[in-house]
Design a protein around this ligand. Structure first.
Ligand code: SAM
Length: 498
């Protein structure tokens, strides 16, 4: 589960505790909470009741209370540690109720006119009473895919708690628009009522998450109206008067590629390279390949751990030794002894399944399959720091990297690759892995359309080339500044002044 491991690394960086991770405690920024509250506050009548099935820091009740009064509110939260004195106090006032516990234990008899929620985005193996949730839905035969994330069950149970014609406003990652489980989820939403509006923010709304988010307005009213689909690059653009598209939620294809202005300056990523983009070298995840007890043992040095690369270039100190013996008969005695020792101790070593398979299938298990190295590397698990790393010495890389060989306009092209523009195209083509992490498949990566440095004006190319050169040697603190300058040039290339 590489993706999960990477996600945990990402979260470690944010110093989230295991409990925070397990309960999906990513809180709604206050401006986003305000936007969500405004979507229904004008519909509140005296005594309207509202549910928040997972209050966290109580942002929704706090925001509502600052602009409305005379409403009933039920807040649910499983983590008592979050329920600080101020929060408990706000539920002591009339018509407010705090249910301290699991939302899936909230009695179904409790009904509300509205719900507002930011449900936890986590795996859902733990829910025990799924069948009951479905039994309460009007069309109880419809089931969501087993892969569905917990937020899906939160939303379905929330629908159970809505009065006829009730409404919920929810913020969730945008993965449901693209993923397989999203298809069944969309179908259920459409059969239980109507998604009236979707506000889609393509860039991260939640701090440190890489994926986009959607705010959805659902009404438990049987109606056949189309969904108003609003798209924004960032949440900060929300005030722009965007015109929605009117879409059929069940059939709409959210994966449409973006058409750039000046499209003729763009080519697929693979075309800026001299050789087809490949994945790096596959090495067994086994410490016998890496923890070599003697310098004599035949090996090669490869770049394996992206976290070791602090700036924008591979340095020899980033490399790690990995066992690689091309010809057993002609290798030195120390290497022979070591290989024989691995074979004899196979049963005793931990995690040897892959290695055992490899040995079983391949006599030359100690010889790595070397793919042609590249002078640019890209780690395809998209973390916070998405970057194209220069590898001018063509060091071999492991298979968590895509390797590119770029000879024409190297520095200008490297600058283009590291622009926000290219990074955002990559993020759009990547697939969510759950928990806010994304991964881009090799075939999708090769197809991402990028600005071709040889098609732009000489002046822009020279400026980009100089910035690309600076980027390679930049210290981490100056990278963002250089990127901004690159972005400005690219902006002017793509959208020339009228
Ligand atoms: C994504 S956070 C959102 C919190 C808050 N509503 C906000 O918007 O900032 C989800 C919250 O759900 C809580 N939670 C997780 N599982 C729960 C469950 N089964 N029942 C109730 N609350 C739960 C977590 O502790 C966390 O506070």
């Amino acid at each position: 589960m590489g993706a999960d491991k990477d996600y945990i690394t990402l979260q470690k960086h944010r110093t989230m505790t295991a409990k925070q991770l397990e309960l999906g405690q990513i809180f709604t920024p206050s401006d986003v909470a305000y936007f969500m509250v405004k979507l229904f506050v004008s519909e509140l009548e005296r005594g309207s009741t509202i549910l928040d099935p997972c209050i966290g820091g109580n942002i929704f009740l706090d925001t509502l209370s600052s602009i409305a009064s005379n409403f009933g509110f039920e807040g649910v939260e499983i983590d008592s540690e979050l329920l600080v004195e101020d929060i408990r106090k706000s539920y002591k006032s009339p018509q407010k109720n705090l249910f301290e516990g699991d939302f899936f234990e909230l009695p179904y008899e409790k009904k509300f006119d509205f719900a507002i929620l930011n449900p936890p985005y986590i795996r859902q193996e733990k829910i025990s009473n799924k069948d009951k949730i479905f039994a309460q839905l009007t069309n109880s035969q419809l089931k969501v895919s087993k892969k569905s994330n917990l937020f899906v069950y939160f939303i379905l149970k929330t629908i159970n708690h809505l009065n006829k014609n009730g409404k919920f406003i929810a913020i969730i990652y945008d993965s449901w628009l693209y993923s397989d489980f999203g298809i069944s989820f969309r179908r259920i939403l459409a059969s239980e009522g109507c998604v009236e509006e979707i506000y889609h923010f393509r860039e991260a709304v939640f701090p440190d998450a890489l994926v986009g988010a959607t705010v959805i307005v659902f009404s438990k009213k049987k109606q056949t109206q189309k969904t108003k689909y609003f798209q924004y690059q960032k949440f900060q653009n929300i005030n722009l008067d965007a015109e929605p598209e009117h879409i059929n939620l069940e059939t709409f294809n959210f994966n449409r590629p973006t058409i750039h202005p000046n499209e003729d300056l763009f080519v697929p990523m693979n075309e800026i390279c001299d050789q087809t983009i490949t994945r790096g070298i596959g090495t067994p995840h086994n410490r016998s390949f890496y923890q070599l007890p003697s310098k004599e043992i035949e090996s090669i040095r490869i770049i394996k751990d992206v976290k070791k690369i602090i700036g924008m270039k591979v340095e020899s100190c980033n490399l790690e030794k990995v066992l690689h013996v091309t010809d057993f008969a002609n290798t030195n005695q120390t290497t022979k002894n070591y290989l024989e020792e691995i074979l004899s101790k196979l049963g005793e070593l931990p995690n040897t399944k892959t290695l055992e398979n490899l040995i079983h299938q391949n006599k030359k298990w100690h010889k790595l399959k070397i793919s042609p190295p590249g002078n640019v590397l890209f780690n395809y698990y998209l973390r916070k720091k998405i970057r194209f790393i220069s590898n001018l010495d063509f060091h071999p890389a492991s298979n968590n990297f895509y390797q590119m060989k770029i000879t024409e306009n190297f520095h200008a092209q490297l600058a283009i690759l590291n622009s926000s523009f290219t990074i955002s195209s990559i993020e759009k083509a990547a697939k969510p892995q759950g928990n806010g992490l994304k991964k881009i498949q090799l075939n999708k990566f090769r197809e991402v359309r990028v600005l071709d440095a040889s098609r732009i004006s000489e002046t822009s190319r020279v400026s980009l080339s100089s910035l690309g050169g600076k980027l390679v040697d930049a210290n981490p603190k100056s990278i963002n500044n250089i990127r901004k300058k690159i972005d400005d040039i690219i902006e002017s290339v793509i959208k020339p002044e009228p």
